[in-house]
Each structure stands twice: as structure tokens, then as C-alpha cells.
Design a protein. Structure first.
Lengths: 282, 310
């Protein structure tokens, strides 16, 4: 009697566990997996053309260095913020490369996926929410920023422009920069009706930032009425932070830069998701 | 009574300029095929999108939805995890090949890679695409792309398959192939919800058809019942009504229902012999005598729908 009861209980237990296993298979993937799968989709499409997508990030800093090192640099003998001009510009390129790639990915790229290729329509039919889709895309743009920063780092290191090993942390700033420009680009894209309107974003926002954020020349000598503007725009903080990383010399102001970047990502990201959601789910 | 997979009650969807779905209610039983039929802009696609969370329905206290017991308003993931969707547009990744397209979607469902490869091989075989496994998307014909999107929707072995105009723009061979596959899926226990313009499609594969117009349900029922209950058995289509002008009198009106439109005149009747005698007096290229079909029901129903809402 006693043995039979034990056997029965055991049998019940096993059927229950198999049932449970079947049930759990009916549970949708967890958040981290959903974000990863969106990231994986973009990574897969990007690496599909590894040659044409992966080589230019290395060629571009090479061209810049050649132009500055062989030409422009010989005219600029004054040191900038204590750095040679080659090092000054080179460290700036670490973050501008991340800025440009993330800005393109999350403006033109996103708009094409949204309106022309209808990629999101298909993805939203699978177990993904709009939030998964957008946050996954932001993380992907950050990753691209990291990769582009890394490419610049490789070139700078090969030519001895910057010093290892501290600068190996620079791609992390590239990641933050990429993420920052992903969220702002997504927010802008959420307002755009035709793809050509994005040109204003690049001419009016991205290009000026390249010149007035301390990448090409120090901002300290700019007229005082421009100074507050310089402090507001996001790239300034990336540039300051990446130079601190490369020199391994940190001050209090870099804590402010880091805070600015994180806050920017969270606040602008929140509104970008909110606005794009309305465009994807109606 | 069979399990209800979809329950939709008093659902409306208002866009800024138009009411796409207007207080719609319907139910779909497990392992049946339910077809939404209607002209462009009838609200079919919007209704599909509300079911899988791509659209949100209007907030109304009366409105209620249950898909496998879940409400798409707050449990879209649970619904989508057990459903497969074939959207109106193909939206495949052109940069990737056939297998890569499917592998990426298998990631969305968290299907382990080895299992996914097996499943993909099976589905490509099922939809007769095995030869194209490594082709680029741009090399595929329209019919192949459509079948690939259907394969993609079947990756997770869904309990519910939602198809938005699965065969629009495809040649008859592909259409018949897709119908065969859908019938097979139904036999294996899948519930199917589809929208279509094609009356024949609805007749061929649907157990229940709902004709929609301007966001509302006009009629609903098994296709054969719709035919039997809503329309006469035969129709005589006249290309040149003038030939019979002198016969349009009261005695004729007792025998037939006359439907005049810009395209021509149609005489509907259950009396085949009477229509035949009428036709006998005309040149053969001027008329076409046939059984009525779902399209006649459809035109009659949506025509009437128009006058009701106006």
C-alpha cells in the first residue's frame, strides 16, 4: 500500500513537471533576450556586407591623419590644451566617428526601416514590443559607436598618436556617444514626414556640432556669448570625457560630463520612445 | 462546443479622419478558418492589427477582446508568441538570404539554433522553397516571397495564423498551392484568420466568412449558407439590356430580381428554365447565364450596406 502510494505520487509529479515544461515553453522570451534579438538582427544585417561596411571606419581616420599630418598640421604649431594638433584632433575623432555613425543609423536608417522597407511591421508581429524594438536599436547604435571609435583608436595607436593602454577605454565613450546620438536622432526622426527633412538635422545640428564642440579647435577662445551654447550641446561632453580617458587625467568636470551624458540618454530616450511608439502602433 | 480562440465584442477603432472599425463583434472557434471579406478600406486589416497589438482599439467600456484568453491591450506578447502573422506587405530583409531571414526571426521567438535549422528545413520543404534556401530575397518571385513570409509566420508552430491578403497579386498556381497548405495546417489544428478580396479564396478555404463594409459586419456564416440564404441560385448577366427591353414587365418581375448597375443588368432567379428561355431570344455573346457565387452575395451585401450607412 505504502509503496504504491509513493509510486503514484512520483508519477503525478513527473507528469506535472513535463506539463510544466510544456507550459513554460509557451512563455514569451524575457526582456534581455528580446533586446538581444533586435540587436542581433541589426548586427546580422550590418555584418552581411562586412567589407563595405567594416572597412570605411578604418579608412576615414587614416585620411584625416594623412591630411592633417602631411598638410594642415605643419601650419599649426601652437599646442591645443597641451596637446599636439594631431593628438588633439585625433582624440576628437574618436567620438565624432561614433556620433556620425549613430546619427545616420537612427535617422536615415530608421526612417527607411520604418517607412520604406516596413521592417518594423514584420518584427512587431513577432513577440517584441515597440519598446523592445526601439531600445534594442539604441543599443545597436551604441555598439556601432563603440566599433567606430575602436577603428579610429586602432589607426591612432598604429601611428603612435595616442598612448596605450589608457586609451583602450575610449571606445566605451564611443558607446555612450553613439547611444546619445541615437536617442536624439530617433527623436528627430519621429517628427520627420519625408526623408529629405532629415537633411536639416545634419546641416543644422550635427555638422555645427563637429566644429563647435572642441573637436577641431578648443572652445575656450570662442566669444563668451557662445560658451553656454557649447556647454549645452552633447558632443562637448563626449569630447572632454574622451580626452580625459586618453590622458588618464580626470577632474570634477568629467563627472559632470558623465552625468550629462547619462541624463541626456535617459531623458531624450524616453521622449524618443514615446513619440516613435505612436508612429509604429496606431 | 469548440474552444473559442478569438472573441471580439463591440470593438471600434477611430482614426482622426475615419472610423475604420465600427462596433464589430465576432468569434472564431479553434481549428477553423475564419475569413474577413470586404472592399478596400472596409477595416479588415485594422481589425487584424488590433488582434496582434499593432493597432490599439478605442477605449470603450463595452468593448472586450480575448485571444487565447488574453487581451491584446496589455498582453500582446503572450498573444504574439503563440501566433503567426503574414502582414499585407512582405517586409523581408533584402540584404539577407532566405535562411538568414528565417534564422533572425527564430531568434525573436528564442528558438535554439539547432532546433530552428530543423524547423526551417521542414518549413521550406512544406512551402516548396527548399531549392531557394540560399537565394537572395531579390532573386525570388512574388509568389516565392509570399510563401517565405508564410514560412516565417509558421516558425513558432503557431496556434493561430493571421493572414492579411495572403494571395493578392499572385498567379493561380501559387494561390492554389497556398490554399492547399492552409487546409493542411487547419487539419493539423491551426486556427486561421484571414482577410481577402477574393470570393473564391473565401469559398475554398473558409469555414466561416464575415463580409465587412465600412468597419461593420454585414453578414456572417458558412460560405454555402451565405449563398443559399442571401441570393438566388442563378443569374443572367446581360451586356446589352436593350435586347430584352420589351420584356421588362410585371410578370417578369415576379420571376426575377433585377439589378441594374453601370456595368450592366443582372437578372437573379431560382428558376433556371425561365432565365434560359429569356436568354434564348438573344445573341449568345450578349449574355452569360451562370450559378450565383459569393461575389454576387458580396456585391449585394456591400451595396445594401452603403445605403444603410448613408
Amino acid at each position: 500500500m505504502h509503496r504504491r502510494r509513493i509510486i503514484n505520487t512520483l508519477r503525478k509529479l513527473t507528469t506535472q513537471t513535463t506539463k510544466l515544461a510544456k507550459e513554460s515553453k509557451r512563455v514569451f522570451p524575457p526582456l534581455y533576450w528580446r533586446l538581444y534579438s533586435v540587436w542581433y538582427r541589426h548586427m546580422r544585417v550590418y555584418t552581411k556586407n562586412i567589407f563595405s561596411n567594416g572597412l570605411p571606419p578604418f579608412l576615414e581616420p587614416l585620411l584625416f591623419l594623412a591630411g592633417v599630418g602631411l598638410g594642415l598640421g605643419t601650419y599649426i604649431t601652437q599646442s591645443m590644451e597641451g596637446l599636439s594638433y594631431l593628438e588633439f584632433l585625433g582624440t576628437g575623432l574618436l567620438v565624432t566617428a561614433a556620433m556620425f555613425t549613430a546619427a545616420f543609423e537612427c535617422s536615415f536608417g530608421t526612417f527607411i526601416r520604418l517607412e520604406f522597407d516596413k521592417v518594423y511591421d514584420g518584427m512587431l508581429a513577432s513577440p517584441l514590443t515597440v519598446n523592445d524594438l526601439i531600445v534594442g536599436e539604441i543599443i545597436w547604435a551604441g555598439t556601432k559607436g563603440l566599433f567606430f571609435s575602436f577603428a579610429v583608436l586602432c589607426i591612432l595607436a598604429i601611428f603612435g598618436v595616442i598612448h596605450l593602454p589608457y586609451s583602450l577605454l575610449a571606445p566605451l565613450v564611443g558607446f555612450l556617444t553613439g547611444t546619445m546620438f541615437a536617442v536624439i536622432s530617433l527623436l528627430i526622426t519621429s517628427f520627420v514626414r519625408t526623408i529629405n527633412q532629415l537633411n536639416f538635422f545634419f546641416t543644422g545640428f550635427i555638422s555645427p556640432m563637429f566644429f563647435f564642440s572642441g573637436v577641431v579647435f578648443p572652445t575656450s577662445n570662442l566669444p563668451s556669448y557662445i560658451q553656454p551654447l557649447v556647454e549645452i550641446v552633447p558632443l562637448t561632453h563626449s569630447v572632454r570625457l574622451v580626452r580625459a580617458v586618453c590622458a588618464n587625467h580626470y577632474q570634477m568636470i568629467h563627472l559632470w560630463d558623465l552625468f550629462y551624458i547619462v541624463a541626456f540618454i535617459l531623458v531624450v530616450g524616453f521622449f524618443a520612445v514615446k513619440r516613435l511608439r505612436r508612429r509604429m502602433v496606431n | 462546443m469548440a474552444e473559442k480562440i478569438i472573441i471580439v465584442k463591440n470593438v471600434s477603432k477611430t482614426f482622426p479622419k475615419v472610423v475604420a472599425v465600427n462596433n464589430l463583434s465576432f468569434e472564431v472557434e479553434a481549428q477553423t478558418c475564419f475569413g474577413c471579406l470586404g472592399p478596400n478600406g472596409a477595416g479588415k486589416s485594422t481589425m487584424m492589427k488590433i488582434i496582434y497589438g499593432k493597432c490599439t482599439r478605442d477605449e470603450k467600456p463595452m468593448s472586450q477582446m480575448s485571444i487565447f484568453g488574453y487581451d491584446p491591450k496589455d498582453q500582446e506578447l503572450k498573444i504574439k508568441y503563440q501566433s503567426g502573422v503574414v502582414p499585407q506587405d512582405n517586409n523581408l530583409d533584402d540584404e539577407l538570404n532566405v535562411i538568414q531571414n528565417l534564422m533572425i526571426y527564430s531568434k525573436f521567438y528564442n528558438i535554439p539554433a539547432r532546433l530552428a535549422r530543423e524547423r526551417i528545413a521542414y518549413l521550406l520543404d512544406f512551402l516548396e522553397l527548399s531549392e531557394k534556401a540560399n537565394s537572395r530575397i531579390t532573386e525570388l518571385s512574388g509568389g516565392m516571397k509570399r510563401r517565405l513570409v508564410i514560412a516565417r509566420a509558421l516558425l513558432n508552430n503557431p496556434r493561430l495564423l493571421i493572414l492579411d491578403e495572403p494571395t493578392t497579386g499572385l498567379d493561380p498556381q501559387v494561390r492554389h498551392l497556398i490554399w492547399d497548405k492552409l487546409r493542411l495546417l487547419k487539419k493539423e489544428g491551426t486556427t486561421i484568420l484571414l482577410t481577402t478580396h477574393y470570393m473564391e479564396e473565401a469559398f475554398q478555404i473558409c469555414d466561416t466568412v464575415m463580409i465587412m463594409h465600412k468597419g461593420q459586419r454585414i453578414i456572417e456564416g458558412p460560405p454555402r449558407d451565405l449563398l443559399a440564404k442571401n441570393i438566388e441560385k442563378y443569374v443572367l448577366e446581360l451586356l446589352d439590356a436593350g435586347a430584352l427591353q420589351d420584356k421588362f414587365n410585371d410578370s417578369m418581375r415576379e420571376q426575377v430580381r433585377i439589378d441594374r448597375s453601370q456595368q450592366g443588368t443582372r437578372l437573379f432567379s431560382n428558376n433556371y428554365d425561365y432565365l434560359k428561355t429569356l436568354a434564348g431570344s438573344m445573341e449568345s455573346e450578349n449574355y452569360y447565364l451562370r450559378q450565383t457565387n459569393l461575389e454576387d452575395v458580396f456585391l449585394k451585401a456591400t451595396g445594401r450596406g452603403l445605403s444603410e450607412t448613408q
